[in-house]
Design a protein around this ligand. Structure first.
Ligand SMILES: C[S@@+](CC[C@H](N)C(=O)[O-])C[C@H]1O[C@@H](n2cnc3c(N)ncnc32)[C@H](O)[C@@H]1O
Length: 278
């Protein structure tokens, strides 16, 4: 499908074009190249993130040496290089070969070329499954186009950090303002919506969950009684909720593992389990 060029991009390209034909105030002779190099098909113009904002984005992601980051639309590579400086493995993807070359040069200069790599590729064709941190400084409409893939291809718990732009009605898990710039964090939620059978001690109950991104509501029914889940919190694969049982409130802290929810060893209590009802 052909892409339309946004007006801002058209202006940038027009400005770049005019600088080719006017030199030193005079008009240079028109020498058309036999084959004009193809302009990269940009969805977003190149505008670098200020370096203090880069560091704040990595802080918000709590990026460390065990992480694997992808920067979608990596520009001059500054986010990738900063991530590699923190010991993470990092990949920058940009459709513009000039930007990719700049990224490689920056990694070389910083001495992090073993951990920082770059690829010339369209972000919409880029496999993202390997990353557990994704960064992006794109545009609202581009974030929305990427959103279904972020939610389905990334593992629960993966951190997505954007500069400036949000993800539509997927509310961020955190938001900071750094030097007048907005940065946002989303934690990819596990899929919990649907019907579950929860066993707790000798009791078997039906749990029905409604999910909208990380917002979860639901009920737990058993022994002729239906109780509403309260304080349901889903952060990656960590899912906790409280139910007001006849004997008093009971808080379940679980880990979502595909079609099972098991007690979180770090949180307790033990002795219960939920399985997806077929
Ligand atoms: C606003 S810049 C962000 C650069 C860098 N991530 C930063 O924050 O400093 C957006 C980048 O996306 C790249 N880009 C635009 N459309 C793209 C596409 N479809 N696939 C890959 N990269 C793209 C541009 O070349 C540009 O370098």
């Amino acid at each position: 499908m052909p892409r339309t060029t946004p007006p801002l991009l058209a202006c940038l390209f027009a400005a770049a074009l005019s600088s080719c034909t006017f030199q030193g105030g005079g008009i240079a002779p028109f020498n058309p190249a036999p084959v004009a190099p193809a302009e990269p098909d940009l969805d977003v113009p190149y505008v670098p993130t200020p370096r203090p904002v880069v560091e704040a984005m990595l802080d918000l992601a709590e990026l460390g040496p065990s992480d694997t980051l992808i920067d979608l639309g990596s520009g001059d590579g500054r986010i990738v290089v900063a991530a590699a400086r923190r010991g993470a493995r990092a990949l920058g993807v940009d459709i513009d070969p000039v930007r990719v070359s700049e990224g490689y040069a920056a990694a070389q200069l910083a001495g992090v070329q073993t951990r920082a790599t770059f690829r010339r590729q369209d972000i919409f064709d880029t496999p993202i499954r390997e990353a557990n941190v994704v960064t992006a400084y794109l545009l609202p409409a581009i974030n929305l186009r990427l959103r279904p893939r972020l939610l389905t291809e990334l593992r629960p718990g993966t951190r997505v950090v954007t500069h400036a732009f949000t993800m539509g009605d997927w509310q961020p898990d955190a938001h900071r303002v750094i030097g007048g710039r907005n940065i946002y964090l989303w934690i990819v939620p596990a899929v919990v919506g649907g019907d579950w059978t929860l066993t707790d001690g000798g009791a078997t109950m039906a749990m029905a969950l409604d999910q909208r991104f990380q917002q979860v509501t639901g009920t737990l029914a058993g022994s002729g009684r239906t109780m509403v889940l309260r304080d349901a919190t889903l952060r990656g694969a960590n899912f906790s909720f409280t139910v007001d049982m006849p004997a008093g409130p009971r808080t379940y802290r679980g880990l979502v593992e595909g079609d099972s929810i098991v007690p979180d060893p770090a949180g307790g209590p033990a002795g219960w389990r939920a399985r997806r009802a077929s």
